[in-house]
Design a protein around this ligand. Structure first.
Ligand code: SAJ
Length: 418
């Protein structure tokens, strides 16, 4: 089929390349000209899509990238995979709206449009369809098909690949579901139909709210058990021996990424907007997690104080700046807030993370250095924020005059865990 994937980021590009490999003719549409240039040159910027796979579908003529909307004409199925950020706690669907208008201008009878971007329940039917109808003059369910299918990308996940992760699919009516499911069946090993877009939209938010709430519970406990003098890490490992009814989460310096700190607040916003009441678990979880960087800084200040030092003027090295272990993404990373707080207290802050793409560290406002033994030994305090596989953990534990280990990975004479 003739497929358009609108938005060629960490969700859209894997989908586009996989669809091309499955035999579809795919146009990857993105408004970012630099991305289109890189894609056309066969240069992938997405962790799970090697450039070799991108070049193969380019060479086969099965995939092309474009920023030219006129190239979208004649699609059978268009999938929207554009960002849905929060702006001051309010969902920003402007990228979805712009994309819907663009696709609507090239929507033909019998075609289908699927939204994958994470959003509040009701977006597909209440926001997407009217925009498509307005731009095309066609009628949803009569002239064109539509549905929602949430993304479940887990960057770097070695257990579940893009195509082996079950895919929820939905349609605004039976015909839409049939066509949309047929498309995804050509790509994914398992598709799971649900009764409508709202169920699929909510299911995605339940998935990530579940994680956010449990991580925040563990984070709040970590700030308390430290003062109770009990090792929460050992207790979590002990709890994880329970073979049922338990999912292991561990404390950290905060919750980063473009999913967990964002998605559940989409649901909280919609509930407040529609019902005028709070979704307390999501709001509380977010509040706990966003305070973790402050807790990390407090622990460092206490440790320096015990050594007759103050944050002000101390040399502090932050190890692991991206939002999760082995990730290359800095979005919403807790390291940004930790660095900001330390600098505000007058500390001399340096950062070390071999995963940070060149040029990305500008948002950190701290100089980047190597995680060398010299740097570690010269610091008054070291903070291990992310235990990337590239770090020499035994050396860090041995050489640091003091290290706050936010991941319980170090051992050494001056190691404290979160
Ligand atoms: N985190 C903790 N403790 C934990 C788990 C995570 O502090 O026990 C932190 C991480 O360091 C990170 C943040 O939470 O800063 C988010 O971590 P994550 O493992 O949830 O990773 P994400 O944000 O990449 O989440 C995505 C989600 N996938 C989709 O939304 C499609 C999530 O549903 C997946 O479960 C997760 O990937 C995954 O398992 O890789």
């Amino acid at each position: 089929m003739q497929i358009v994937v609108a938005g060629q980021g960490y969700v859209g590009l894997p989908l586009a390349v996989r669809a091309a490999e499955a035999g579809h003719r795919v146009v990857g549409y993105d408004v970012d000209l630099d991305r289109v240039r890189r894609l056309t040159a066969g240069d992938s910027y997405v962790q799970d899509v090697p450039s070799s796979r991108l070049r193969a579908v380019l060479d086969a003529g099965a995939y092309s990238a474009t920023a030219d909307a006129t190239a979208l004409a004649g699609f059978d199925i268009a999938v929207i995979t554009v960002p849905t950020p929060l702006r001051d706690g309010v969902p920003d669907l402007s990228f979805v709206e712009a994309c819907a208008r663009t696709l609507g201008n090239h929507l033909s009878r019998g075609a289908a449009v699927v939204l994958e971007s994470t959003t509040w329940p009701g977006t597909t039917e209440e926001l997407l369809l009217p925009l498509l109808e307005e731009a095309s003059g066609l009628k949803a369910g009569v002239d064109f098909l539509a549905g929602f299918s949430p993304e479940r990308i887990a960057p770097g996940n070695q257990r579940w690949s893009f195509e082996t992760t079950p895919k929820l699919v939905s349609g605004i009516d039976a015909r839409s579901l049939d066509v949309i499911r047929g498309f995804y069946d050509s790509i994914f090993h398992t598709t799971v139909p649900v009764s409508g877009p709202k169920v699929a939209e909510l299911a995605k938010l339940i998935e990530n709210t579940f994680r956010l709430v449990n991580i925040s519970m563990i984070n709040e406990l970590a700030t308390l058990t430290d003062r109770l003098g009990v090792n929460i890490w050992e207790a979590i490992d002990a709890a994880a021996t329970k073979p049922f009814g338990f999912t292991r989460f561990t404390p950290g310096p905060g919750v980063g990424g473009h999913c967990l700190p964002v998605d559940p607040l989409f649901l909280a916003w919609k509930i407040r907007e529609e019902l005028g009441v709070p979704f307390r678990f999501a709001e509380l979880a977010h509040d706990v997690n966003r305070r973790m960087p402050d807790y990390v800084v407090r622990r460092v200040a206490q440790a320096l104080d015990q050594r007759g030092k103050t944050l002000s003027g101390s040399r502090i090295l932050l190890l692991g700046l991206t939002y999760k272990i082995n990730a290359t993404d800095l979005r919403e990373s807790p390291s940004t807030r930790v660095a900001e707080l330390l600098v505000n207290h007058g500390a001399q802050v340096r950062g070390a993370d071999p995963n940070v793409p060149d040029g990305d560290h500008a948002s950190l406002n701290v100089p980047l250095v190597d995680a060398s033994e010299e740097e570690i030994a010269a610091a008054d305090a070291v903070v291990l924020l992310m235990d990337h596989a590239t770090f020499d953990l035994p050396m860090i534990g041995k050489s640091a005059p003091y290290v706050l280990d936010c991941r319980n990975r170090l051992s050494g004479p001056h190691v404290e865990t979160l």
